[in-house]
Design a protein around this ligand. Structure first.
Ligand code: HEM
Length: 178
């Protein structure tokens, strides 16, 4: 019989509700920010920079919450995956976790090094952590851009794997995150 209960914690074959909400919230904000970032930089739409920075900070807060929650959550059972699938998913998930920190933090430092404050939706302001410095601005600009393009490549693999499991292998991998 299928487990229809909504569990707070992850069980053997289903992610818990906190993990699921956080995954889909982060996925929406992250993919939205990638699209917005590519668009606003290519079309020089400076009006969008404030929204991009605000959602970047919100993303970082969500990811921090996820990592804290991971310390209390149960591990999902991956024993029915092949060795290649286990290594592949652990590498992609691990890399995405690193990028979910590197991208917003490098963006914030780039903005500060340029001399711009980060005002999150007229709601609160992040204190300036570094001084204005052109070389530092260029460095974090490169980190921000390269890591964002790397994330796009990894996400093609991540989403491709989810679709592969759903439509080719026809197993419950996508289902356990729904
Ligand atoms: C349409 C977009 C997406 C789909 C369909 C999708 C699908 C999935 C699925 C099915 C899982 C469970 C895999 C398993 O059980 O082994 C998963 C886990 C995961 N996904 Fe996604 N995902 C999407 C977007 C994203 C984005 C944008 C990120 C981060 C940038 C992300 C990061 C992760 C991570 C880190 C996990 C591991 C589970 C966890 O730590 O909670 N996903 N995703």
């Amino acid at each position: 019989m299928k487990d229809k209960k909504m569990n707070i914690k992850t069980s053997n074959n289903k992610y818990g509700i906190i993990r699921k909400i956080n995954h889909w919230l982060v996925a929406t904000i992250f993919i939205g920010l990638l699209i917005l970032g590519v668009y606003m930089t290519n079309f020089d739409d400076y009006d969008l920079y404030g929204i991009h920075k605000s959602f970047g900070v919100i993303l970082l807060i969500c990811v921090l919450i996820r990592v804290i929650w991971l310390q209390f959550d149960t591990k999902i059972d991956n024993s029915n995956l092949t060795k290649v699938e286990r290594i592949g998913s652990a590498s992609i998930h691990g890399s995405l976790y690193i990028l979910m920190f590197v991208i917003p933090i490098s963006g914030m430092l780039m903005s500060m090094a340029y001399g711009h404050g980060i005002h999150v939706f007229n709601w609160f302001t992040i204190p300036m952590l570094i001084e204005k410095n052109e070389a530092v601005f260029h460095f974090f600009g490169e980190v921000h851009e390269i890591s964002a393009y790397l994330a796009i490549i990894l996400l093609v693999g991540h989403i491709g794997a989810a679709l592969f499991h759903k439509f080719i292998k026809k197993d419950d991998i996508l289902n356990r995150m729904l």
